[in-house]
Design a protein around this ligand. Structure first.
Ligand SMILES: [Zn+2]
Length: 466
């Protein structure tokens, strides 16, 4: 078995072989930073973080680039509405998103290029396209990509150029040679951020940034290009057209697209106003819950988000956490130990088989749940010591490949203190009444919650781990 990935370009699941042995280059389209990121953005980030973590666990060195679109109509409009500087507004949302990615346990990308820091490379790219007659400087000052010059335009989204041209939605534009042509460079308008260029003051169109950044940060040809499936057309189609027209080579080997997060049957989006921001989500739930939500389904399918799904995900996390409670027994042999050892030994291969099948994270989670069942059964049967620790270590190891932290919810000392004091008082009464079994139960259950009791002639004190 080897890794196979579904490729949107071919509509096939294909064996994956990187262009350079042991190295993977991966470019993922990032957000346009004009408002608070929502959990749809979190979904995409988590999907490609899991891809990266799995590739790294498989021995590859991954160069992972994600861009920030910090020059865009939406940013300029929002900044004007709020009386702010567009670049300052973009910067504040960029920093906020980077912080949220850290909270979500998403590994930092190798590079985070932004439009505003890539202008020379973008201009150079456009000059290259003009030199090949794949782009032209129009009478209105803009520079357009010449779609007609690209013979296989439409190959990713499987749209025929003639159908698109006759489509009613494309309005003729006097400045363009063809209504399908799209802007690479927009001439400056008053009050907008602008940069000097061979075509006068202006700013880049949206699509060109990713072609230029990918070329600059990675190479002419890359292994994986990713993003949400709402980017297939026109964004990724145009990226392919730009890059392949310039280099004459195939751009990305594999085009990976994640499904959209859906709230009440609709795609979560700013325009529909059905947003849950990442900050809102993380104020109520852990990052592991977000990750388990994503991991429980296929990354290519829509992710339905509602209270029921959320409650189900919470139960899943509790089930996994239950396996991390300490053992009380000391048995290190016998049939239960043998079963546990066998499951611990074969879990990595099962996990790999699941993930090799187009990152089937739901099947990979099933392997984790098999481990959870065996660990808990072993604890109940009095197993402890090395075999039990090995089971928990394996669970943590595989969970980490999926980016799960599995941290005990940090019940802060102040929150839990009155209840712990109450239980200690109750236990003292039980001991007075010689109810040893019950008093030991209180001590043991507290110990499972990482609260350690210490008895002394002066009474009982308690400490918590961490
Ligand atoms: Zn992009």
């Amino acid at each position: 078995m080897a890794l196979a990935i579904y490729n949107t370009l071919t509509r096939q699941t294909e064996p994956f072989t990187p262009l350079v042995a042991d190295h993977v280059s991966m470019y993922v389209c990032g957000p346009t930073v004009y408002s608070d990121a929502h959990i749809g953005h979190a979904m995409s980030a988590v999907v490609f973080d899991v891809v990266r973590r799995y590739l790294e666990w498989s021995g590859y060195t991954v160069r992972h680039v994600m861009n920030f679109t910090d020059v865009d109509d939406k940013i300029i409009r929002r900044a004007n509405e709020q009386g702010r500087d567009p670049m300052e507004l973009a910067e504040s949302y960029t920093l906020a998103f980077l912080d949220q990615l850290g909270q979500l346990n998403v590994l930092p990308a190798t590079a985070y290029p932004r439009v505003s820091t890539t202008i020379p490379q973008i201009i150079q790219f456009i000059e290259g396209l003009i030199a090949k007659d794949a782009a032209y400087h129009a009478s209105n000052g803009d520079v357009y990509f010449r779609v007609r010059a690209d013979e296989d335009y439409g190959k990713l989204s499987r749209r025929a150029v003639d159908d698109m041209r006759s489509g009613a939605r494309i309005a003729p534009d006097e400045a363009k040679d063809d209504p399908l042509d799209f802007a690479l460079w927009k001439s400056a308008k008053p009050g907008e951020p602008a940069w000097e260029s061979p075509w006068g003051q202006g700013r880049p169109g949206w699509h060109i940034e990713c072609s230029a950044m990918s070329l600059h940060e990675l190479a002419e040809q890359i292994d994986i290009h990713g993003g949400g499936n709402d980017l297939i057309f026109p964004h990724h189609e145009n990226e392919i057209a730009q890059t392949e027209s310039l280099t004459g080579k195939n751009f990305a080997q594999v085009w990976m697209h994640n499904g959209m997060l859906q709230l009440a049957g609709e795609k979560m989006s700013k325009s529909l106003g059905n947003l849950i921001t990442i900050d809102q989500f993380l104020s109520e739930h852990s990052a592991d819950i977000m990750r388990l939500l994503v991991l429980s389904g296929s990354y290519r399918a829509p992710l339905v988000y509602n209270d029921e799904v959320l409650a189900d995900t919470q139960r899943k996390l509790e089930r996994i956490m239950s396996a991390l409670k300490p053992a009380h027994g000391t048995a290190t042999n016998g049939p239960v130990v043998e079963t546990l050892n066998a499951i611990v030994a074969k879990a990595p291969a099962d996990f790999r088989a699941a993930m090799d099948s187009d990152f089937n994270s739901a099947a990979a989670l099933a392997v984790l749940f098999d481990l959870v069942r065996s660990i808990n059964a072993a604890r109940d049967a009095g197993v402890g010591g090395e075999p039990f620790a090995a089971g928990q270590a394996r669970l943590r190891e595989l969970a980490a490949v999926l980016g799960l932290r599995l941290e005990a919810p940090s019940a802060s000392k102040t929150d839990a203190a009155p209840f712990i004091e109450l239980l200690i008082e109750l236990r003292a009464e039980l001991r007075k009444a010689k109810q040893w079994a019950l008093s030991d139960l209180v001590r043991n259950r507290l110990s499972e919650l990482d609260v350690q009791l210490e008895d002394s002639p002066n009474g009982t004190t308690w400490t918590t781990k961490g």
